[in-house]
Write a protein that binds this ligand. Structure first.
Ligand code: PLP
Length: 390
């Protein structure tokens, strides 16, 4: 069987980084009481009011082929939301509706890169980034954000890597680190993109999960709207992961070209899902805050569990549904630590190495179980780490 080089290259034949997750699922299936702090998915289902709107939209006839760029009503609502939250004037023609943020990542890299072009991304990174870049035939080039800098990307390091690159992918609030980029960082990134004529792909799927300070969309910075493509999604903001609904914001011409891609790939998003998304957006910012609230609270649970010891150190997280823990004091790799913790205490966390070299010696804790279970799991993790210090 002949498989294209492009697809064989997506995972580069190596590990996909999900071994701990897979093992945890197997242990759970075998009846073991595993606490899963691995996947970034809410512990609540989509709100019944949104599901009722979806059902009603189906009954009302939104069941046929759709406008490939998205339903006008949804494009309007998204444009309004973007304008309200970033202060940047945004028209519906600058919005493309896609089946989730992941589809937006794929579309934007298709738009910006030809096969063989270099696309930059920041390490640590969301697990699909390099594979998405390789899936369009581009070369994925990481730029390290160092633990010593609190995982804030360094504009000078981006500049040093930018020669000949076409795009830069950034993510704030960040998965896996929980870091929110400072204004200085964002302005530095914008400056490099302007100087080096790079497209900036800004993954903002965690924009409602900011615990300290404000979310700054780089599209709002001077002269950036013309070169920035923002990825948005309702997966995290509205607990709609399975509905597969998101968007890309960008210049009209770019949106139109990505619309051509949509015509030849997804053929649009289900009409009843789009109408449910309209309903969900109309539920307003208070509903979004309600969905985000447990993660804010659980971040506090983790911080309290770390008090009074200095083996496990939390990266100062300011957003997203994760806390990144520095375990380098144990001398273990994140992979070894996560596997051993799973085997001995039935607590599953993601090894930092699953998110790139820059996160080696760390683990990512997803704040996705009830507070009491999280507290108990953290107590086990801290005790386990303390026992590993030589
Ligand atoms: N971007 C980041 C940083 C993520 O963490 C995720 C999912 O976890 C996605 C994009 C993809 O999300 P979706 O396709 O569900 O919108």
């Amino acid at each position: 069987m002949q498989i294209s080089r492009r697809l064989r290259n997506i995972n580069q034949g190596g590990s996909d980084g999900w071994e701990v997750f897979t093992r945890a699922r197997e242990m759970k299936a075998a009846g073991l009481p595993v606490v899963e702090l691995t996947v970034g998915e809410h512990d609540i289902p989509t709100d019944p009011e949104i599901l009722r709107a979806m059902y009603q939209a189906g009954l009302d006839g939104h069941v046929g082929y759709q406008n490939f760029q998205g339903q006008p009503a949804l494009r309007e609502r998204v444009a309004e939301r973007v304008e309200r939250s970033t202060g940047t004037p945004t028209a519906p023609e600058e919005i493309l509706i896609v089946p989730g943020g992941q589809a937006g990542l794929f579309a934007t890299h298709n738009l910006t890169c030809d096969p063989g072009d270099t696309a930059l991304y920041i390490d640590p990174y969301y697990a699909t980034y390099p594979g998405t870049i390789r899936s369009v035939g581009a070369v994925a080039k990481p730029v390290t954000a160092r633990a010593e800098d609190g995982f804030q990307p360094d504009p000078d390091a981006i500049d040093a890597a930018a020669e000949g690159a076409k795009s830069l992918l950034v993510n704030s609030p960040n998965n896996p680190t929980g870091v929110v980029y400072s204004r200085d960082t964002m302005e530095g990134i914008a400056r490099v993109c302007r100087d080096r004529d790079l497209w900036l792909i800004s993954d903002e799927v965690y924009d409602t999960q900011v615990w300290e300070g404000d979310h700054l969309s780089p599209r709002a910075l001077p002269d950036m709207a013309e070169r920035t493509l923002v990825i948005g999604s309702m997966s995290k903001s509205h607990a709609m992961t399975g509905s597969r609904i998101g968007w890309v914001v960008g210049p009209r011409e770019a949106i139109s070209y990505m619309g051509d891609l949509t015509t030849n790939t997804t053929y649009g998003v289900a009409g009843f899902v789009q109408m449910a998304a309209v309903h969900a957006l109309d539920m307003g910012p208070a509903f979004e805050a309600e969905i985000a609230a447990p993660f804010r609270r659980r971040r506090g649970v983790v911080m309290r569990a770390l008090e009074g010891q200095n083996v496990v150190r939390a990266i100062p997280t300011k957003g997203a549904m994760y806390v990144m823990l520095d375990l380098r004091a144990t001398g273990m790799s994140g992979e070894d630590f996560a596997m051993a913790l799973l085997d001995t205490h039935h607590v599953a966390v993601m090894p930092g190495e699953s998110f790139g070299r820059a996160a080696a010696g760390h683990v990512r804790v997803a704040l996705t179980v009830a507070d009491e279970r999280l507290e108990e799991a953290m107590r086990k993790l801290v005790a386990f780490a303390a026992g590993r210090v030589r």
